[in-house]
Design a protein. Structure first.
Ligand SMILES: Cc1cc2nc3c(=O)[nH]c(=O)nc-3n(C[C@H](O)[C@H](O)[C@H](O)COP(=O)(O)O)c2cc1C
Length: 329
């Protein structure tokens, strides 16, 4: 048997392995990124530049600097935005100089307004690709799903017009017509791959204080099933790379997602809990499994248990536990 080859194609880059460290505080400094590379990360996605945060920063500074001069508010808003952005661009530039693995910038956005011009600066700073984390919570009772989904199309069209580096779209699973939406987005030619899915902030209620609190910040391994289902259902139909995110906590999780048809995976919670060294453990576990199964490359098993290739694919479509309900007393 030949040497095990873990390399994969991702957004036109040859990654040494499919384990990407997702956007988070794990990727907010050059030192942390160097460490992630050292322990084997295939690529990194930088922490998000938040559209929301940029606006809040501007308002905060304006409030602190109340003046009567006309036009000053706009000046301060623009200054603050640029300042905040400068730090981000520095992170992109310095990370690119410090590591050989691809560095993907990330913007968290909800509109196609103000922030779009930032994409050009990010490209100029040297980012290998841009991941758009389009965070649309369909919570407005006056907005129907078509209008919510239009935002995705508007954003990617405007960003594509600004930059030529690959664009990755990190989505949520909140969509009534998810499969069709992803297919239509793939047809636009404005997106190079899809990250399924972002894990949103989860609220909880403290029954002692009667206050809203943050539920678990980190995912559980059992949360893998949502992205696994959709990667399996879509990988045979969508002619773009699909990248799994949420609930990938170990080598087994990576293997499952690739069997379902993922091109790569993103890991965050498990690395927060176990440290950058754990990437090495994950990679070793994948290699061990590949040896046992006599697979020499990732392509040898990619998609083998996708909807199109699994022996019993309807399980991916099953929504009811009918059989179990009738048997479990
Ligand atoms: C502490 C923390 C910070 C995060 N920050 C970001 C962020 O800035 N941008 C983003 O797109 N996703 C962010 N995420 C979401 C992760 O990139 C990822 O999609 C999510 O945690 C699911 O993956 P996991 O199950 O491997 O943790 C964050 C997650 C955590 C736990």
């Amino acid at each position: 048997m030949n040497q095990i080859d873990l390399s994969v194609n991702y957004l036109g880059f040859n990654l040494r392995n499919p384990v990407i460290i997702g956007s988070s505080g794990l990727t907010d400094s050059v030192e942390k990124i160097k460490n992630l590379e050292k322990f084997g990360a295939g690529a990194v996605v930088l922490k998000s530049l938040f559209e929301e945060q940029i606006l809040i920063e501007s308002v905060k500074i304006i409030k602190e600097n109340q003046t009567d001069y006309p036009g000053v508010d706009e000046y301060i808003a623009a200054y603050t935005r640029d300042h905040y952005l400068e730090d981000y661009l520095k992170l992109v530039e310095e990370s690119k100089q410090a590591v050989d693995i691809p560095v993907i910038a990330n913007i968290n956005c909800i509109s196609d307004n103000d922030w779009i011009s930032f994409a050009t600066k990010i490209e100029k700073a040297g980012a290998d690709a841009l991941e758009l984390n389009i965070a649309i919570l369909p919570s407005d009772i006056n907005v129907n799903s078509t209008d919510n989904e239009k935002k995705y199309f508007a954003i990617i069209e405007k960003v594509r017009a600004q930059i030529s580096i690959p664009i990755s779209l990190k989505m949520s699973d909140y969509s009534a017509g998810l499969a069709n939406l992803i297919q239509q987005l793939s047809y636009t030619g404005n997106v190079d791959n899809f990250v399924l899915f972002n894990r949103y902030y989860r609220p909880d209620i403290d029954i002692d204080t009667l206050k809203v609190i943050t539920s678990s910040l980190y995912s559980m391994p059992s949360e893998i099933s949502t992205s696994l289902r959709w990667i399996a259902l879509l990988s045979g139909n969508i002619k773009k790379e699909l990248v799994a995110s949420t609930g990938v906590h170990d080598g087994r999780g990576v293997i499952k997602q690739i069997l379902a048809g993922a091109s790569a995976v993103q890991m965050v919670s498990a690395i927060y809990k176990k440290g950058a060294e754990y990437i090495n453990v994950v990679l070793k576990d994948i290699e061990k499994w590949m040896k046992e199964k006599r697979f020499e490359s990732i392509d040898d098993f990619k998609g083998k248990v996708s909807y199109d290739q699994a022996e019993n694919p309807t399980v991916f479509e099953r929504t009811q536990f009918m059989r179990y309900f009738s048997n479990i007393k």
